[in-house]
Design a protein around this ligand. Structure first.
Ligand code: UT7
Length: 408
């Protein structure tokens, strides 16, 4: 990836380093063809806000009950971001965790993708804010809008870029602050969603494994079943849109439910076929955490026993694009994934979109390398300084070098 920010004023040293880097095998492609490589998941991290919102607390806000929510969704509580937290701050925390387990420095990243349905802004991309805060000076960065399927879309794209040799290391994040987009008077939606972030680092390897296959799908005819109607070019913000809660999540739950039960099985089966595997080869199903009834129905259809299905929505609710990477992280932390295991991740969401990926897990548990962690802490501190200096320089540059007046 191009060294975008510094390309404006590259120092001689930096130019030399960039040229040398391009000459190294596997770094950028410099127009040369590469043989296909495998894209392994080598790092993982998650972040969940501390504040817990229980069903009982929601029952004090709208007409519902803990019994109804648990019976219909399986959710008992969810996490809510603190005032000073947002999609970018949570994405950053999860990313630092993923770089830590990968034992990689931010400058080694070539690409950052943030999948989110609740990004920091319409633009700039949350991924650019994460890039800056990490000090990932060699990375391109963009946001991906595929709602709850976003993280699967992200790893699919990143894995293909790694396999072709166009990049080496990618950071793929799912991060959401859905609590800020909920109508807290709408009992059909406010019970479902939660905040959090999960991230993985993908890297190249000659050893078979990693992302073995992926399937992505979309059906825009169902776009109106799950949407945030206002705030875009179709319906810009106005006092009316705010008054009518049109900047919050609107959902036809039953329609989404029916769609979800159908596509979960279909996408999972297609991804397995593409990888030349069957359900018997899968150690763990990591589904999108939307509703325990949807997960059970998919597991039944796929003939997957409950003990081989990751479920954590009882504690976190539906964290949209973050739900699969958070569930994956928890499964790893609990020792439920061993090197050589094959995982099947499958999700669905607004769009409508769906996706599934078969992953052969090759990463070993991370080694403790305290001095490398300390070095990264220093790099993050330097990234903050670098960011401030660049802002300051941009102001100064604008003041010093005024563009010539028209006709001058
Ligand atoms: O990432 C994708 C995001 N979205 C989803 O995955 C949503 C998928 N859909 C669902 O999870 C379920 O459809 C819901 C959990 C949203 C709803 O469950 P349901 O079994 O489909 O209920 P329903 O919508 O058919 O509603 C049944 C009744 C309705 O009352 P009436 O019309 O039968 O009198 C609702 O008004 O339950 C009522 N209801 C509630 N009652 C108590 C709806 N929400 C609530 C509530 N508490 N929170």
């Amino acid at each position: 990836m191009a060294d975008t920010p510094d390309a404006e004023h590259p120092s001689a040293l930096r130019l030399l380093a960039t040229r040398l880097k391009r000459k190294m095998p596997g770094n950028g492609n410099g127009g040369r063809p590469h043989r296909l490589r495998y894209a392994h998941l080598i790092g993982w991290g998650k972040y969940l806000p501390e504040k817990v919102l229980t069903n009982a607390e929601i029952a004090q806000m709208v007409e519902t009950s803990d019994e109804w929510i648990v019976a219909r969704t399986g959710i008992r509580e969810r996490r809510i971001a603190a005032e000073d937290e947002s999609t970018a701050t949570m994405a950053l925390s999860a990313s630092r965790g993923a770089l830590e387990t990968a034992d990689l420095n931010p400058a080694d990243l070539d690409l950052i993708i943030v999948a989110s349905a609740s990004p920091e802004h319409i633009f700039p991309a949350t991924a650019c804010l994460v890039q800056d805060a990490l000090g990932a000076t060699s990375a391109g960065a963009f946001d991906l809008s595929a709602a709850c399927s976003g993280w699967i879309y992200g790893i699919s794209l990143a894995a293909q870029a790694i396999a072709t040799g166009s990049i080496d290391h990618a950071l793929v994040i799912g991060a959401e602050t859905l609590s800020r987009m909920i109508n807290w008077e709408d009992r059909a939606t406010c019970i479902l969603f939660g905040d959090g972030a999960g991230a993985v680092v993908l890297g190249p390897s000659d050893r078979p494994g990693g992302v073995l296959s992926s399937v992505l799908g979309a059906d825009g005819s169902g776009g109106d079943t799950l949407s945030v109607p206002a705030g875009g070019s179709r319906m810009p913000a106005s006092p009316e849109t705010v008054k009518n809660h049109l900047h919050t999540i609107h959902m036809d739950g039953r329609k989404v439910f029916r769609f979800a039960t159908r596509v979960m099985r279909q996408a999972a089966t297609e991804a397995l076929e593409k990888a030349g595997l069957t359900m018997d080869d899968v150690a763990l199903l990591v589904p999108h955490q939307a509703n325990s009834r949807i997960i059970q129905s998919a597991a039944r259809a796929l003939k997957m026993p409950a003990e081989r299905v990751v479920v954590n929505l009882d504690r976190y609710g539906n964290t949209s694009s973050a739900s699969i990477p958070i569930a994956l992280c928890e499964a790893l932390e609990e020792g439920r994934v061993q090197p050589g295991d094959r995982l099947l991740a499958v999700g669905f969401g607004a769009g409508l979109t769906w996706g599934a990926a078969v992953i052969e897990w090759m990463a070993k548990p991370p080694l403790e390398r305290p001095w490398r962690s300390r070095l990264r802490a220093v790099l993050y501190a330097l990234a903050r300084v670098r960011s401030r200096l660049r802002r300051w320089w941009r102001h100064l540059e604008t003041w010093l070098f005024r563009p010539p007046a028209p006709g001058a």
